[in-house]
Design a protein around this ligand. Structure first.
Ligand code: HAM
Length: 424
């Protein structure tokens, strides 16, 4: 019998997993500098949360959710994204009673039943941030810059920042009516999908890749020209703050996101070299989401970045992450008696923070040395009967070939000096 991982899922194997760890480490550090704290919400939630939060007439809710009934007859959905869960948690745990704003980040798997292709999977991973309970446009700029700075830290260049405002509940409905009218006037030139969308979700027409639709969209009324005074001021201020910290962006009035909760600022960061799935991260404000799922008027803004897409982008731009794939010390052992002693040393060395390995396949000295080489051991030491009798052995620097004789009792402290590792 043969098993494969389900379609659209991936095993993340070493050494690839070391890249993930590196990205996660940089993320934890950078996000902490911006004073965001980690939140971990469940992998599954009640289905209704996503129906209400993301919106019934979205691709995610209509077609892409992994939904099932649990043994208690409740409808459960594997989370397709993190924002609805974060706001659910914020409300459920009454975090609004604490000092605000609340700034969270998360890293974890998400699930969408999509057609798998490069950069699109059924289980994928997001790292995301959500800043809740402030409508300050400076926070919009902080969120966008946080994502950009993360990508810069990882070495990515030439990313396109698309920025838009999708208005609020007071100005957007008027715009949507205008758009509907225009789309109906040009109905014959739209694809069947978009004809359908005119009534159901006309904003999504702006996002259509069909050539005929694109022509129609070119002359469609633009949301940026129909913003109310508050939304226009907010949008201007977001741009001013981005200018202050030298973040380049293009205002793209056709940018609409695939989730319904957005209000005001919406953005997507694209890497053109990625092909069809070129959005590395996207997000925006969702000032109506807490109202929708918890009857509380609490604003929020955030983004989520696809880690698989980020890795593709790094690969495309030829960036190698500085991941650690070496060993501090490989202990080559000759004979059973030496193995017992070496095993004790191994335990000590590791507990002192030194990355150390030993042979577990009873191999010859030659094979053990080959293993040491394959594992990129910086140093090796041979421990056999002679070394035990002398209570000393020779540490060899694998690069330079230099050797140093040490007492076995001093091995750990000598190695620490050689490797000069920060131990904590
Ligand atoms: P989203 O645009 O649906 O937004 O997803 C964010 C990112 O997740 C995408 O830009 C992409 O990199 C990655 N992604 C989405 N679907 C897939 C997939 N099937 N395979 C691989 N990567 C994928 C959200 O999820 C919002 N919750 C973002 C947000 C946070 N808005 C405000 N706060």
């Amino acid at each position: 019998m043969k098993f494969n991982a389900p379609r659209g899922t991936n095993d993340i194997l070493p050494p690839e997993s070391t890249k993930w760890q590196y990205i996660e480490k940089i993320t934890h550090n950078l996000f902490t500098n911006y004073n965001y704290q980690e939140i971990r919400t469940p992998i599954f939630e009640y289905t209704e949360l996503f129906q209400r939060g993301i919106g019934e007439v979205t691709d995610i809710v209509e077609k892409e959710m992994y939904t099932f009934e649990d043994k208690g007859g409740r409808s459960i959905t594997l989370r397709p994204e993190g924002t609805a869960s974060v706001i659910r948690s914020f409300l459920e745990n009454k975090i609004y009673g604490q000092a605000q704003p609340t700034k969270y980040y998360y890293i974890g798997p998400m699930f969408r039943y999509e057609r798998p292709q490069s950069g699109r999977f059924r289980q994928f991973h997001q790292l995301g941030v959500e800043a809740v309970a402030s409508n300050d446009p400076a926070l919009d700029a902080e969120i966008i810059s946080l994502g950009i700075r993360l990508l810069e830290k990882l070495g990515l260049e030439d990313l396109d920042v698309h920025l838009n405002s999708v208005g609020c509940k007071s100005c957007r409905p008027k715009y949507v009516e205008k758009l509907k009218k225009y789309l109906n006037e040009n109905r014959d030139d739209l694809c069947d999908n978009c004809k359908d969308r005119i009534e159901k979700n006309p904003l999504r027409v702006l996002d259509c890749k069909n050539e005929g639709c694109k022509m129609v969209i070119e002359d469609a009324p633009k949301i940026t020209e129909h913003l109310c005074e508050d939304c226009r001021i907010h949008f201007d201020e977001v741009q001013n703050y981005l200018d202050l910290i030298n973040i380049d962006y293009t205002v793209n009035p056709l940018l609409v996101r695939g989730l319904d909760y957005y209000t005001n600022t919406a953005f997507e960061i694209k890497d053109n070299s990625l092909g069809a799935q070129d959005t590395v991260f996207g997000g925006g404000r969702y000032n109506g989401l807490a109202e929708e799922i918890g009857n509380r008027d609490i604003p929020g803004i955030g983004f989520a970045l696809g880690i698989e897409r980020l890795l593709l982008s790094l690969e495309e731009q030829g960036i190698e992450l500085p991941v650690e794939d070496s060993l501090d010390l490989y202990i080559t052992v000759i004979g059973d008696k030496a193995k017992a002693e070496a095993f004790k040393l191994l335990d000590m060395l590791r507990n002192e923070g030194l990355k150390t390995e030993i042979d577990y396949l009873e191999r010859s000295v030659g094979s053990q040395m080959k293993s040491a080489d394959r594992m990129n051991a910086e140093y090796t030491i041979i421990i056999g009967e002679d070394e035990l009798n002398k209570n000393s052995a020779t540490i060899r620097n694998m690069k330079s070939g230099n050797e140093k004789e040490v007492k076995l009792d001093d091995l750990t402290s000598e190695m620490k000096q050689l490797v000069d590792k920060e131990v904590f």
